[in-house]
Design a protein around this ligand. Structure first.
Ligand code: PLP
Length: 436
């Protein structure tokens, strides 16, 4: 009888999901035909459990964000404590509270160079929109309102608010709507392409260049050697601000605190989200350099006319602070380095074992396996399917004609779990090969 109840509940949830829940970034037709593939009920460590009792390894930390792993009761306790004392108060104007102050100070301590002041948002898209508005505001205050163009890289992903969509280099996201924000330009991932664009458009029309240290949604693309150092020089020479979108790479994902740390490049502005709170509470932010901060203060002609209701939400800030404490206390970035090496070794082995694997790449616990079939058909969805049968959730990246599997396991993954992940991928690739 209990089983029957569970079954009924599952059917009811599926029905309600189809009718009432519009899923983000999803096939609406597939939703209607098949209903939700999983209804998750629990998370523990690197595993998720669904309503049918299936236990699945979460090899992407859900959306590259649950970095400290699932089921951390400590974060629930902090959230409860904060909600019980001060659930919400505005941070507009001159109002403030301790969680936001402490978190801003902590972020300043962690970020490189003189990136010392944070504006908070609820996620990465808002963080990037905030950065685009801020750099334009900055140049306007400096008497150069025509310096307003934003340059991003092809295959980049910067989120889906209007500004963030406009900066996103992956075409399918921009094609979703008929009209975008103005003054966005895209370059290839070469310094020549950036130089050429600056020449064509004029440095006096360009406000900022934005890039992820490693492109995530675009397929885990590591930039060419020396690229960011040269881009930093070009930006300096041309008075163009450099925005690093560290939404995925920030707070340890690549084995250093920030992705740009690998290149010894200090951006003028850093956008953060995901890993700052490991997804336990929605939070993002824009961190600006002391120079920009000081100019904004000195040149300001009034109010910084930008702010969200949830800019500096007390509970989200308290949760983020505890998340960072856990990353430091458990030395998780060191584990990212060790396990990242093991992951890449595993990928290299898969490349040797399987003709379908044409390249592997990664840095820390951010990696990808590129696939190639002799025909046109895309293999990644088939591997995802086979992996799922064997208890592993992984993600296919198919934009821009790619055929890639992307990975970003939680920082707490251990050797045995990593072995298991590689073994499942091996078996899944064999199954796909057999079927071809
Ligand atoms: N920037 C990067 C690099 C991202 O990967 C994402 C999300 O995946 C975003 C921005 C957008 O963040 P959010 O989805 O929190 O708005």
């Amino acid at each position: 009888a209990i089983f029957k109840n569970e079954q009924q509940k599952h059917e009811e949830l599926k029905r309600l999901d189809k009718k009432h829940f519009l899923h983000p970034t999803s096939s609406l037709k597939q939703q209607q035909e098949e209903g939700p593939a999983f209804i998750f009920t629990e998370g523990e460590g690197i595993y998720l459990k669904d309503i049918q009792g299936r236990k699945l390894m979460d090899s992407l930390s859900s959306l590259w964000n649950v970095n400290i792993g699932h089921g951390r009761k400590e974060l629930g306790e902090v959230a409860m404590q904060q909600m019980g004392t001060l659930a919400f108060s505005s941070a507009f104007s001159a109002w403030s509270h301790e969680p936001v102050i402490r978190l801003a100070a902590k972020i300043a301590e962690m970020t490189p160079g003189n990136l010392n002041t944070t504006f908070f948002t609820s996620g990465g898209s808002e963080a990037n929109d905030t950065a685009f508005k801020t750099v334009r505001h900055y140049w306007k205050l400096k008497g150069q309102p025509e310096k307003k163009k934003i340059v991003s890289r092809k295959k980049s992903y910067h989120g889906l608010a209007m500004g963030a969509t406009s900066a996103t280099g992956l075409q399918p996201f921009r094609d979703f709507t008929t009209s975008l924000a103005q003054d966005f330009h895209y370059v290839e991932s070469t310094v020549e392409s950036l130089r050429q664009l600056i020449e064509e458009q004029g440095a006096d029309t360009i406000a900022a260049f934005i890039s992820e240290p490693i492109q995530g949604s675009g397929g885990v693309n590591v930039a060419p050697v020396g690229y960011f150092q040269e881009v930093r020089r070009i930006c300096d020479e041309n008075d163009i601000l450099f925005i690093a979108d560290e939404v995925i790479t920030g707070f340890g994902r690549t084995g250093k605190t920030f992705g740009m740390d690998h290149y010894d490049v200090v951006p003028d502005i850093m956008c953060i989200a995901k890993g700052v709170s490991s997804g336990y509470a929605p939070l993002g932010g824009m961190v600006i350099s002391e120079d920009i901060h000081q100019e904004l203060i000195d040149l300001s002609d009034g109010i910084f006319m930008h702010g969200y209701t949830y800019s500096g939400h007390p509970m989200c800030c308290a949760v983020a602070m505890k998340n960072i404490e856990i990353i430091e206390r458990e030395n998780l970035i060191e584990n990212v380095r060790v396990m990242g090496d093991q992951m890449l070794q595993g990928f290299n082995w898969l490349e040797k074992e399987h003709d379908l694997v044409c390249n592997v790449r990664g840095l820390g616990l951010l990696g990808a396996i590129g696939l190639q079939s002799k025909t046109e058909e895309q293999l990644a969805p088939k591997v995802v399917n086979e992996a799922l049968k064997r208890g592993l959730i992984c993600r296919a990246v198919l934009y821009d004609g790619q055929d890639t599997l992307a990975f970003a396991p939680p920082f707490i993954i251990n050797k045995q779990e990593m072995d298991e992940m590689i073994t499942i991928l091996h078996e899944s690739l064999i199954a796909v090969e057999k079927d071809l």
